[in-house]
Design a binder for this molecule. Structure first.
Ligand SMILES: NC(=O)c1ccc[n+]([C@@H]2O[C@H](COP(=O)([O-])OP(=O)(O)OC[C@H]3O[C@@H](n4cnc5c(N)ncnc54)[C@H](OP(=O)(O)O)[C@@H]3O)[C@@H](O)[C@H]2O)c1
Length: 329
């Protein structure tokens, strides 16, 4: 039988940024026994996608070239592997593809069923594709900061969320407000109103002296920081933390990893914790349910076509997205 082909966007080596992406034709992948083949509707671009292209995870990722990036997708099940019981042809789903396999910038992709959930009709393909990586790390970061209940019945505390206008930050603000926390957020001047609308109680423009020092306008000390920006040293966080304050760093550098270890071995009351996303389907179900109920909103920064995915890539590399950058097929 002749191989079926599809349009896809791939890169052939490390580096090159948006110019390194090639819109091309490749064979449609086949699902393994516990995978589904999806006819993709939308894919969101995350910083991890271009960080892998940049070689930041070399020699482990990507495992081969050429490589089709993109992990967060929505699509329609086109074929189910022989051991798949939960999904059938025609189902609309949200999935997180495996990072080493990726494949999201294409017309079709295979998704592991253990990270696939139904897409409720209330969510558009773009809104659904925004959720997996960004909403899950926001949720897991809040949990790492001690927040376990997202219905205002838990302990209230003061939290700082840096880069609150970005993909992760805009979900983190909403989740923190669902938990009943007092949220101070940082973002650029152009997004102050946006971040307030997400629910932040206080907003700091990170380009002002007060924003750069992270000082709460009302003088609050932070019990936790969900640190979604990068390049802020411990010496800036330290004076703003409460006695047992914890910084959850989701973009750790070598320096912050050493600092985190140092805090741990010296039994410091104020802590720095580095965090990497753990893909968990129950967390996917949780955020998708909140989104279905209209309690967790995806702000779409921009929508691009597959043949012009390099514009989405360049926007993500620029570091100036407001919410999620989407490619629609
Ligand atoms: N640990 C993990 O498993 C994991 C998972 C997901 C993401 N991450 C990491 O988390 C980070 C955030 O991801 P993302 O998807 O949210 O990124 P993003 O969407 O690209 O973030 C862009 C936003 O950040 C704002 N920003 C940039 N620097 C800032 C600063 N110093 N202070 C305040 N706001 C700032 C920008 O505002 P302006 O445009 O106004 O500058 C923009 O709105 C990335 O480094 C990503 O790799 C880690």
């Amino acid at each position: 039988m002749a191989t079926k082909i599809m349009k896809a966007v791939q890169y052939e080596g490390y580096g090159g940024g948006a110019a390194g992406l090639k819109y091309t034709e490749i064979p449609i992948p086949s699902p393994k026994k516990d995978e589904v083949l999806l006819k993709l509707e939308a894919t969101s671009v995350n910083p991890i996608d271009w960080k892998v292209q940049k070689g930041m995870l070399r020699p482990f990722l990507p495992p081969r070239f050429p490589f089709v990036p993109g992990v967060d997708v929505t699509g329609e099940v086109s074929e189910a592997g022989p051991e798949v019981a939960d999904f059938k042809r025609g189902d609309k789903v949200i999935a997180m593809l495996s990072l080493p396999n990726s494949g999201g910038l294409a017309e079709f992709a295979v998704a592991p069923t253990n990270m696939t959930v139904s897409r409720p009709a209330e969510l558009s393909p773009a809104e659904g594709a925004g959720l997996p990586t960004a909403a899950l790390i926001a949720l897991q970061a809040l949990r790492a900061a001690g927040t376990t209940k997202f219905d205002c019945t838990g302990k209230s505390s003061n939290i700082l969320i840096t880069a609150a206008s970005g993909g992760v930050g805009h979900y983190a603000v909403q989740l923190a407000k669902l938990a009943g926390l007092h949220v101070t957020a940082t973002c650029g001047d152009r997004n102050v109103e946006f971040v307030k609308q997400l629910g932040a109680d206080e907003v700091l423009d990170y380009k002002t002296p007060q924003g750069a020092s992270l000082t709460s306008p009302s003088g609050k000390k932070y019990d936790a920081v969900i640190h979604c920006a990068s390049g802020i040293p411990w010496s800036t966080f330290e004076p703003n933390l409460s006695a047992y304050g914890t910084v959850i760093d989701i973009s750790p550098s070598f320096k912050s990893m050493v600092a985190a270890l140092y805090k741990k071995v010296t039994l410091s009351k104020k802590k720095l914790v580095t965090l990497v996303l753990a893909p968990k389907v129950e967390d996917m179900r949780f955020v998708v349910e909140l989104a279905k109920e209209g309690r967790l909103r995806t702000c779409v920064d921009s929508i691009h076509g597959l043949s012009t995915a390099e514009a989405a890539w360049a926007k993500s590399i620029s570091g100036h997205a407001t919410g999620k950058i989407i490619v629609e097929m």
